[in-house]
Ligand binder design. Sequence first.
Ligand code: DC
Length: 223
Amino acid sequence: MSAPIIAIDGPTASGKGTVAGRIAEHLGWHYLDSGAIYRLLALAALRRGIALEDEAELAELASTLDARFVGESILLDGEDVSLELRREETGNAASRLAVLPAVREALLARQQAFRQVPGLVADGRDMGSVVFPDAALKIFLTASAEARAERRYKQLIEKGLPANITSLLQDIQARDARDSARAVAPLKPCEDAVVLDSTALSIEEVIRQILVLASSCGLIASV
Ligand code: DC
């Protein structure tokens, strides 16, 4: 039997990273931040001067990328790049290369390798549809673009990174459009996903609702 999966997909800044990380911690399961893998590839490409449209070069880089997840830190070629990964430029670059089918294919096995006992909470855009289609529980977590821009603004300011609310909202809308319109693994809830709108919910309420769903489908004993 392979390890059980809770897949949490949704648009940028929907809170899925925080929610997925906290649920994994609560359950003692592993955690996959798949967006970080796309961001790592984007950062590596920017550093090496590879164009974000160069599908063959990017796919090659994706299969040789020296990326490691060590506790809270994310290492690229041995260097801790956690903070750089969170920058809006990195996220936008990730969204651009994520439209390329060969790049997605080259990153697939790297993501699936995170599936280990006792279980995995995975967050991204296509966890439930492509990477782990047999996930026991699939959540599509969303929120209004305005609520997400505000949350992202607070996160960036807290980390001491530059932020502007108007341009964040524009970026979020542009990123949603690109992530939803791409031909391969577009951002949309899969048929068997539970859609949760977190616009008016706190992180704690979202976590609780997901744990209740996990317990009602027999994934965990009780909340
Ligand atoms: O979740 P995030 O903002 O860290 O993701 C950055 C970009 O990576 C996002 O705009 C689209 C892409 N991505 C993807 O295409 N598939 C995933 N499973 C995760 C991220």
